[in-house]
Design a binder for this molecule. Sequence first.
Ligand code: SF4
Ligand code: SF4
Length: 389
Amino acid sequence: MKPNLVAKGADRYVVGKIEKFDQKNEMWKRAAWDPAIREGGRKYYAWYYGAKMPEEKEGYTLKELAMVHAAWHIAIDYGSGMFTGGEGLEAWEAKPFGKTDTTRIPRGLKYEFKDTAEASKAVKRTARLFGASLAGVCELDRRWVYSHSYHVMTREHKPIEIGEEFKYAVVMAYEMDYDGIRQAPNDIAEAAVTKGYSQMAFTGAMLAQYIRGMGYKAIPMGNDTAASIPLAIEAGLGELSRMGLLVTPEYGPRIRLSKVATNMPLKPDSPIEFGVWDFCMKCERCAHFCSGQAIMYGPPSDKVHNISNRSGLHRWAVDGEKCFGFFPKNDTACGVCIRVCPFNKQPGVLHDWVRWGVKNTRWLDSLFVKVDDLLGYGKRAKLDEFWKS
Ligand code: SF4
Ligand code: SF4
């Protein structure tokens, strides 16, 4: 009998004990301390120190490199969600007047919602007003909160403690530019991704201020503090895929995720299921085109590749060492898996019809993959196609 995946939420992938994950073991952090990948890390992080030079190569010149840095600007210079969180736009509390994160709302006020449904509607609609493409609500399941944070620049390694009163999370997805991602793996695709990080800091900070302004507490988080994907699954934004990313019905994997934890009583959304798991069983396109051979072929398993994978999960674990290993060779990040995924489509009548087919006629999945190939979806676009788009 088919298990009720919707009722199970993120637990549909859990087959063992979930230990809290130490973010020091995430690939981006390991690049700072793990001797096995330190050299590649140094080369890749040259951009952070302003030491990455533009190249003659198409898609990697100063015109595109400047776009990458501009796209990082809010996240790197004003946020902290790429590192440990808790500072700048991602500060955990509003500060007194005069600081960047003051609310300017008189203290002691509290907005009483009629019920939790009204409160959820208010925060989700406001999240979209502030720039989120999608927003959902879930309970903050503590299994997905990291045990420690790790700062790649200062090497500070700290335990993470979030008060029990933070029972809910508002999870937000941000669409990445379709024509930008069609350039992957060059610097334009990287700018489409890094703009997502800045959007996470910008929108998360404003949503946290909105919640605080109504008299509640809020902790905005980028990639820091808790794993975004299981929370997004719980909040009904999408499903896990072969490439290890969340796939949403609206934008496929072409999104970035952030979240705001709060003590505001909210009504959680229901998880969804629209055929991603079954489709990935037949597809394997991301594995075939993966620049670093980091994505698994075949059925999902409990296998882990290295300390960057959590155990206790039945899924397609991505080998982060191989994925990250490609970035220094490419002189920028990658994103090819997102580009080639058949779920990476712009909204439109035809594509909405295909999405309906994927959800309702699973026996046609192999055909959909073949047709997608024949129509040339997922092919890398020429550079001038981006500038004309
Ligand atoms: S980003 Fe590139 S190297 Fe990494 S998993 Fe995707 S396709 Fe593979
Ligand atoms: S490319 Fe295919 S196998 Fe990979 S995540 Fe997308 S649908 Fe799944």
